[in-house]
Design a protein around this ligand. Structure first.
Ligand code: DQA
Length: 168
């Protein structure tokens, strides 16, 4: 089983970049930690980083037929890139989106992910551990060990808002 890990823009600066938000772990250390986890899980791992949106699109496209799944931190492109979303949808490879920070606890513009909707799941807010959790989740999914709930489960009747009656 082969997995591609993709790191988006500015993640090459991890270690010195806003350590209060992203921690002090460098990208090299994250990749080494993932390499060790991959050996434990008996998967082959390749990790790439790019600051360029089109390069990330090309890496996703080239993953088709070469790997079984992708772990991606699209970084700032999470919130802007229709192109990366479309590439993930186009290749159809199971993809897990990960973030070091909890994007939902941050600025409004980080609350929306354009890429999450074409991913099988998202891990956000656990620092470097988000990558490890994402890799474990992807491998479990690929091995058929994950039972997915329906994408849009109906809330229980008691919590459903009542529709106002139409005037007759
Ligand atoms: C990030 C969150 C993004 O909003 C931000 O632009 C990043 C990193 C994270 O891992 O927490 O560059 O993806």
């Amino acid at each position: 089983m082969r997995v591609l890990v993709l790191h988006g823009p500015n993640l090459n600066l991890l270690g010195t970049r806003e350590p209060g938000v992203y921690g002090k772990t460098t990208l090299g250390a994250i990749d080494r930690m993932l390499g060790a986890l991959a050996r434990e899980l008996e998967v082959t791992l390749e990790a790439r980083q790019s600051n360029v949106e089109g390069e990330l699109v090309t890496l996703v496209q080239q993953a088709s037929g070469r790997v079984d799944g992708i772990v991606i931190n699209p970084a700032a492109y999470t919130h802007t890139s229709v192109a990366i979303r479309d590439a993930i949808a186009a290749v159809g490879l199971p993809t897990v989106e990960v973030h070091l920070s909890n994007v939902h606890a941050r600025e409004d513009f980080r609350q929306r992910s354009l890429t999450a909707g074409v991913c099988i799941g998202v891990v956000t807010g656990f620092g470097a551990e988000s990558y490890a959790l994402g890799l474990r989740a992807l491998v479990a999914h690929l091995r058929g060990a994950v039972q997915k709930p329906a994408a849009r489960a109906k809330p229980p009747a008691s919590s459903r808002a009542r529709r106002p009656r139409r005037p007759s």
